[in-house]
Design a protein around this ligand. Structure first.
Ligand SMILES: [Zn+2]
Length: 437
């Protein structure tokens, strides 16, 4: 196995735990379970006036801080909080900062800065792709992603000892630590003398070229037909719409730039325009885990479904379910309204998968595939995967060369250089500012 770091755009820096710079302390912490933003302000002796000064529009983001998320703090040598960066998604974070010495705090929501590096890996198969990748790379996340990409495209039973997989993956890092799941870009599978290329979509699912007759030069065209076997579980895979008639008025975005306000504000859901009093329907069966008022979102119902999905229905005029209640798909759970921060009656539908907001339309729009129970089917779908040609070339290039192995651990040991200017109000304690020189 060889693993080579093939791209690094920046000099690597790592904020050490409790690094002391100019008497300032940078630390990372884990957001506690059940901890609220208001608790956080209180524990830092920050006046509740700050909370009141946050626009209603931004209040809803306060409820989107997830427990167990890592956040960063900068404190002066007396322990006073100077800055905090608290993620609300993989893309955006709350920026809480002391405006001037002995004055009040400011609040903003800003994009998270991260770096992205590509890595190359070659793994010889002895048992199966998961076990062998884990053994070679020692990163369970990478092994998991490799096995997800191969599932449905390659029959793992057909691997023989000595077969090989080679791939490129991207890992995001934030302040020197791996951040979010790695993305596999392309995998070359060699079984005996047969070579196949698998391309991987945003969600980590692999697609192989439909046939060897596909012109390699066509690989870069955006829409290509790839095949993969999809296993469909009828009970869980079908979500239905939250309204009988739907009209989307605002769509999902992790980083939406507001051209007039000149700032980023994400939109963690899909808005549907509807008259006040229109019944809201559960998009799938599940259990009500929240029914009540949520700042910014007004009257809210949250339902936990199977397969790690949670749906949220905001701005309701009236809630019709109670916490702990079990609901069926299509059941009326409340009515469209205008509560919380809302410019007119509408439904804001949020959908979370494994603790992360995802675009609800990606799931709601999926057409139901008629199968009885669990069954493997071959489904042809058009997927658009970016830079397939470039990634294939890159992989072939690195397979042709023999670069020295890249050792991951190196990047963890780099030290940080922070300069005085980064302590000031506009500056952000982040990868951006921790870049050396
Ligand atoms: Zn919305």
């Amino acid at each position: 196995m060889t693993r080579i770091k093939i791209q690094c755009r920046y000099i690597f820096v790592f904020i050490l735990l409790s690094t002391s710079i100019f008497g300032m302390q940078i630390t990372h912490k884990i957001w506690g379970k059940g901890e609220t933003f208001s608790d956080y302000l209180q524990s830092n002796y920050i006046s509740a006036n700050l909370l009141a000064s946050i626009s209603k529009d931004d209040q809803k983001f306060l409820s989107e801080i997830h427990s167990n998320n890592r956040y960063y703090e900068l404190r002066d040598n007396t322990g006073v909080l100077i800055q905090s960066l608290i993620p609300i998604s993989e893309e955006m974070q709350i920026h809480l900062f002391k405006k001037h010495i002995n004055s009040e705090y400011g609040f903003d929501i800003i994009p998270i800065e991260y770096k992205s590096n590509d890595y190359f890996a070659k793994v010889t198969i002895e048992n199966n792709p998961y076990t062998d990748t884990l053994k070679a790379i020692k990163k369970p996340e990478v092994a998991e992603r490799v096995s997800r990409a191969l599932k449905g495209t390659i029959n793992a039973k057909k691997f023989h000892k000595g077969d090989e997989i080679a791939f490129i993956y991207t890992q995001r890092t934030r302040a020197g630590k791996p951040y979010t799941m790695p993305d596999i870009k392309v995998i070359r599978v060699t079984m005996g003398k047969k070579e196949q290329f698998i391309y991987v979509d945003e969600e980590g699912y692999g697609y192989k070229e439909t046939s060897s007759s596909v012109d390699p030069s066509a690989i870069s065209t955006k829409k290509l037909t790839y095949t993969r076997m999809v296993s469909v579980n009828k009970k869980n895979s079908i979500f239905s719409m939250p309204l009988r008639h739907t009209r989307i008025t605002s769509s999902f975005s992790y980083r939406r730039y507001h051209p007039i306000l000149k700032r980023y504000r994400p939109h963690h859901g899909t808005d549907f325009g509807a008259k006040r009093g229109t019944p809201l329907l559960a998009i799938n069966s599940g259990k009500v885990i929240f029914a009540g008022w949520m700042n910014g979102y007004g009257k809210v119902v949250k339902i936990k479904h199977d397969r790690s999905y949670t749906s949220l229905y905001a701005h309701q005029s009236r809630i019709r379910v109670k916490r702990g209640q079990k609901v069926k798909k299509g059941q009326v759970i409340g009515y469209v309204g205008n509560t919380g921060r809302s410019t007119g009656p509408h439904l804001h539908l949020g959908l979370m998968k494994n603790g992360r907001w995802i675009n609800p339309m990606k799931v709601l729009r999926k057409k139901a595939i008629r199968v009885s129970g669990m069954k493997k089917i071959t489904k042809y779908k058009k997927v658009s995967i970016k830079d397939t040609k470039e990634n294939k070339e890159k992989l072939l290039n690195y397979l042709a060369k023999h670069k020295p192995s890249y050792i991951w651990e190196k990047e963890y040991k780099q030290s940080v250089t922070l300069q005085d200017k980064y302590m000031h109000k506009k500056k952000v304690l982040d990868d951006n500012s921790s870049k050396s020189n």
